[in-house]
Write a new protein. Sequence first.
Length: 170
Amino acid sequence: MQEWIVPVVLGVVAVLVLVLVVAFARTRSRTRRELLAARAEAASLRAQLDEIERRMSDHNHHTDYVITRLGDDEPPPGPVQPPARIDGSLFADLVLRETVVKSAALAHGLRRALAPEVRNRIRFEMKREVQRARKQRRSDLKEALRDLRARERADLAADAGERHDEGDAA
């Protein structure tokens, strides 16, 4: 019974090794293709940048660079070119990425704001504020009652003084 186990295990291991080798070869060839494409794109961008620098050096040989012309009445020197139009799919991709980033930031903020620690801290601060407000109201009420009683005593003393003055006249 043990005689067939070793060849089967070796066969399974051989198949796994073969699958891994094929997967590695595919990954390596795909990586090589992507590397060649990236190098070609970098060379193209480098050529575009060189062309832009050449045009800028020919056109603005003696002028200074101005970051903004806000408030200037005169138009900028040279022809004004409208911005290049972007493809609809690129625009949709940009809008989608921005939306995903904003929604991820919102979700992260909500997750942090609704965390148990934050809710407990808010609950504690609210309880403390309510207790402070109650204490302040009690203090204000006691002070108002003291003031009212002092006025009543002053009124009673004034009334008693008037009656005492009337009794002396008779």
